[in-house]
Design a binder for this molecule. Structure first.
Ligand code: ASP
Length: 371
């Protein structure tokens, strides 16, 4: 059986990391980087790959393991060494910021990553940023970065659905495409992008909607474009505020308040709301049914939480559409906020940032319309 070089490299890494046997060192050293004059290579854009873990750095026991593997195993230098084609599009340097599965991301991790991105984009010798990330919370992190990092330089988030050790692994092409997009002048000023499955998507609009399959990231508003063989094909532009046009700035943020999510379902009881308030939540995102509906028995507990100073945001557990203000609930009367088209987990991100700078409910509502 033959493997593409990237898979071979990661398989060797996986085997070595698992301690099964010594990895053939030649696989890591192997390179097909083109013979390019040093001056021509130096003229290429400089893209920094910030690695945080996830499946794109995952490794399974065999090539047949497309879904059973350990995330966050392969270090960034091995990922980059396995893809010498990167040198065709940019000068790429890597930094290991985190090495975790993204379901374990914390607010502190968000702050660490965003501050590093912010510092790098200020460097004149950096043209673009790629962030390798687990797919589970990739869209949340992307939205956070789009709200807090001030830059025109492209920031491309990328992950994979299959570990590099698997047959038909998607990580290598996703990473090459991400670097190619981050190196592109025509990707400037478009906010934080997600480059997976040949699509170029806005991190704000896009979510992990399909698990297992490689077409994991979808947006009800559509992709911005596609990247094919190193060229970007654009079809739309983001209209919501982001990056340079954002009123949030990671350079001024040191702490994020506790904001939690309550999920609605048949026979839901107030227990979760009451426990979260007792635990110090500053805001509760209510992931309601339908158009953000709230069960009759939940209205009073949410009003009681609000009376204690907890901001209530009405979102929906339904992935598509958007929540209308004063429709399913009299939001003006309750002084509740609606999350517009933001999924509950992304509504949490915006609400944390808003509360961190003392926004009241009117201001938070304005932010949900604008971002
Ligand atoms: N659980 C993994 C993660 O988010 C899944 C992935 O990366 O695709 O880290």
């Amino acid at each position: 059986m033959t493997f593409p070089r990237f898979q071979k490299s990661l398989l060797a890494a996986a085997v070595a990391l698992a301690g099964f046997t010594a990895a053939p060192a030649a696989l890591w050293a192997q390179t097909t980087a083109p013979a390019v004059a040093a001056a021509d290579q130096a003229a290429k854009p400089h893209v920094v790959v910030l690695a945080t873990g996830g499946t794109i750095a995952g490794a399974g026991a065999s090539a047949a393991n497309s879904a059973t593997y350990t995330a966050a195993k392969v270090p960034v230098d091995k990922l980059l060494a396995g893809l010498p084609e990167l040198a065709n599009v940019a000068n790429v340097t890597g930094e290991q910021v985190l090495q975790i599965a993204s379901e374990s991301f914390t607010n502190d991790n968000l702050l660490t990553l965003a501050k590093r991105v912010s510092a790098l984009v200020k460097q004149p010798d950096v043209d673009g940023i790629v962030i390798t990330h687990g797919t589970d919370t990739l869209a949340e992190t992307g939205y956070f970065l789009s709200l807090t990092v001030h830059t025109d330089k492209p920031i491309a988030m990328v992950g994979s659905m299959r570990p590099g050790t698997a047959l038909s692994a998607d990580g290598a092409l996703n990473l090459l495409n991400a670097v190619s997009v981050a190196a592109s002048k025509d990707a400037q000023g478009k906010g934080v992008l997600i480059t997976m499955n040949d699509q170029i998507q806005s991190a704000r609009d896009t979510n992990k909607d399909v698990n297992i399959e490689t077409r994991a990231f979808q947006s009800q508003w559509g992709s911005l474009g596609m990247v094919v063989e190193g060229r970007n094909y654009w079809f739309r532009a983001p209209v919501k505020r982001h990056t340079n046009n954002s009123e949030f700035n990671i350079d001024n943020i040191t702490h994020l308040p506790q904001v939690d999510i309550v999920y609605a379902y048949g026979n839901v009881q107030p227990t979760a709301v009451q426990a979260l308030v007792a635990n110090g939540a500053k805001a509760i995102i209510h992931a309601g049914t339908g158009n953000g509906s709230v069960a009759d028995r939940m209205v009073k507990p949410l009003q009681e939480a609000h009376a204690k100073g907890v901001t209530i945001v009405r979102s929906s557990r339904v992935p598509y559409g958007f929540v209308l203000r004063n429709a399913e609930q009299p939001d003006d009367k309750h002084d509740w906020v609606v999350a517009h088209d933001m999924r509950p987990e992304k509504a949490r991100i915006l609400t944390m940032l808003a509360l961190a700078q003392g926004a009241d409910t009117k201001t938070l509502q304005r932010m949900f319309w604008e971002y």
